[in-house]
Design a protein around this ligand. Structure first.
Ligand code: NAD
Length: 296
């Protein structure tokens, strides 16, 4: 059993912390949101009064925050209380320079660290079936693996520090592109007279298959747990997807990679968010597509 400080108890962090509690760890959680703190307390977490109190004297610190600015701010705040010999597991999806900064702060404190962003959505967080993409030294990855396996089903060792984030930006660029493609197809299918169920039954077992159909189908009905059945409540908010597409386009620019579909996906999510879709699940982009007529 480890003592764990868990910072960021939102859609993902809340259930991840709850799974650590279920496994018998002593988890102290913290979030800026009172609602998130209350839910974590219900799940059996102790609640820290501050970020510092949450991180102090812990074997392991886990962070699950919205973006790089939050991660760097939290790591700078806790820098003096990260214990030498402890382990920092940074699970948020962030830009590579912010991930690097978190590693540097942990190293200055004498702690091990991994960047371990996740894939699998809130159902993955609830059911502990997440995939972690992990970067760090072999020693840090060895130390983090049992904890990551408590919160997920698969841990992929991607390489040294920040390699997990590199894999994550590539994965989420694929996710955005497949979600838009899936939403376009279901919307067009309805106009062609297909039922959502019929198209799902074909696509989910045919060559158009992807996670965007089988786990996260953007129309109500075929996948009962998809956000489409819950008025597109996130889930994974469109503003977070827009953030990730910004990260992948930054990476494309830095490396010279040509990513025309990634670039166009970012424009479409920017439009959806500017129309008020930021707090809607990212599969809700189907509503924008449905409301737009093809005049071509
Ligand atoms: P969320 O907004 O639901 O949760 C983030 C939480 O961090 C919020 O509750 C917020 O109050 C808290 N927070 C922000 N600043 C804080 C601070 N200084 N101290 C303490 N708490 C603070 O977001 P989420 O959906 O849980 O996503 C978290 C991360 O995981 C993001 O980087 C996201 O891109 C990534 N991610 C999300 C999903 C998903 O399906 N939701 C999937 C994969 C990865």
């Amino acid at each position: 059993m480890a003592t764990i400080g868990f910072i960021g108890l939102g859609n993902m962090g809340g259930p991840m912390a709850a799974n650590l509690v279920k496994a018998g760890h002593a988890v102290t959680g913290y979030d800026l949101s009172q609602e998130a703190r209350a839910a974590a307390a219900d799940a059996g977490c102790a609640i820290g009064a501050t970020v510092i109190e949450t991180a102090e004297d812990k074997d392991i610190i886990v962070t699950m925050l919205p973006a790089g600015t939050h991660v760097v701010a939290v790591f700078e705040e806790i820098a003096d209380v990260i214990g030498s010999g402890s382990l920092a597991i940074e699970c948020s999806t962030v830009d590579i320079p912010s991930a690097q900064k978190a590693h540097e702060i942990a190293a200055s404190a004498g702690a091990l660290s991994v960047d371990a962003p996740v894939s699998g959505g809130i159902m993955g967080a609830i059911n502990a079936t997440l995939t972690f993409m992990a970067g760090g030294t072999a020693q840090a990855l060895d130390a983090a693996t049992p904890i990551l396996e408590t919160m997920g089903a698969k841990v992929v060792r991607c390489g040294d520090a920040t390699a997990g984030q590199a894999a994550k930006v590539c994965n989420n660029m694929i996710l955005a592109i497949t979600m838009i493609g899936t939403a376009e197809a279901f919307e067009m299918g309805q106009r062609l007279g297909l039922t959502n169920q019929a198209l799902f039954d074909v696509v989910s077992t045919a060559s158009g298959q992807s996670w965007s159909t089988t786990t996260y189908c953007p129309v109500p009905g075929p996948v009962p747990t998809s956000p489409a059945n819950n008025d597109y409540k996130p889930g994974f908010a469109a503003e977070l997807m827009l953030k990730d597409l910004g990260l992948s386009q930054d990476a494309a620019k830095q490396t010279g990679a040509y990513t025309p579909l990634g670039s166009h996906a970012r424009e479409l999510y920017k439009e959806f968010c500017s129309q008020g879709g930021g707090n809607v699940d990212f599969s809700g982009i189907i509503k924008m597509l449905a409301e737009t007529e093809n005049k071509g």
